[in-house]
Every structure is written in C-alpha cells, then in structure tokens.
Design a protein. Sequence first.
Length: 206
Amino acid sequence: MSQLLENTEKTISVCKAPTTRRRNYRSHQAILKATAELLEEKGYREICIEAIAARAGVGKQTIYRWWSSKAAVIMEAYSDQTAQNIPTPDTGSVREDLYQILRQLFVVLTTTTAGTAVTGLIAEAQLDANLAEAFREQFIKCRRAATRTILERGVNRGELRPDLNLELVIDAIYGPVWYRLLLKHAPLDDAFAEELVNFLIAGIVV
C-alpha cells in the first residue's frame, strides 16, 4: 500500500506544484497569472510556453523547471481558480440538488475559460498518463465526491433505491456532459440539465 501511495504521489506531482523550496513565489504566481490571462485572451490552443514566459517576465527554463508541459501549467492555473471549489447543494431533494450542481458546472464550462481549458486538457490527457491522473485528481475527483454526497443523502432519506451502484450513476450523470462539451453538437444549458436529471431520476428513485 505504501508503495502504491508513493507511486501515485509521483504521478500527480507532474502537474501539481513542486515544493516551495524549489521555486520563487513571485515568479510562480506571475506564471499562473500570465497563463490565466492568455487562456482568457487566446484560448487553449493558441497558448505556448514562450508566450507564458514573455507575459510573466521569466525565462522558458524557469517554467520547464517547475512544470513538464503547457498542459501542466494550465492545469495548475485552472485548478487554483475554480476546480477545487465545488458547492454541494442541499435542498432536501435529490432531483433539485442534481439540477443545481449541473447548472453550476454548465455556467463554469460555458461562461468562463474553463470550457476551453477542460476540453484541451481532456484531449492531451489521452496521450499523457500523468496528465490524465492529475486531471482526475484535481478536477474530476472533487466533483464526483460532491455528487456522491447528494446521492448518498437521497438514499438515506429513502428517495433513492438502496441498492444503487453510485459510481455508475455518477458516470451516467457526467458522461453526457463531457460528450456535449467535446463534440459541441448540442448546448450545455438549463434545459439539458433538467432533461438529464429527469431522465436519470426515473431509473434510480424508489
């Protein structure tokens, strides 16, 4: 078990921040700020390490000393701003709680730079196992935990079937979301959130 934890920590560290002993705080913050600004101005694809370095007033090697790639820098800049703060609605209704948590996500993905960041990171994660692990830890894990809390409360209140496979239900909730985000064939809006929740609720209520 200790070896597994050690390997996991090494994997995640590729995209997480290094120890403060190895970095200059001002330069680090300048790089993250520059990355966030460029993401807002240009979008994920148009950002390069050279542009980040120029905007932050540092050399490229400073960035490569702390991060392995553009995606790793963007991952930290993005997670610092939004990924870890996941409100967990508690209205007393599973249906309403799921609707609200999806609406919150859709606002982030459609009205901020998060949408382009997440799309780019998912694409690059298919080719980079370390990035994929970090993305799951820094973005997916916390959102799944919040959703699991909502479902567990529903089971405890007797709203949902006690034999539910909660992990499968969570996959069923977010699978269509990532599908629409990546393929952009239909909008992520309130109507979709309501329809998706109603569709799922029909299969999981008592």
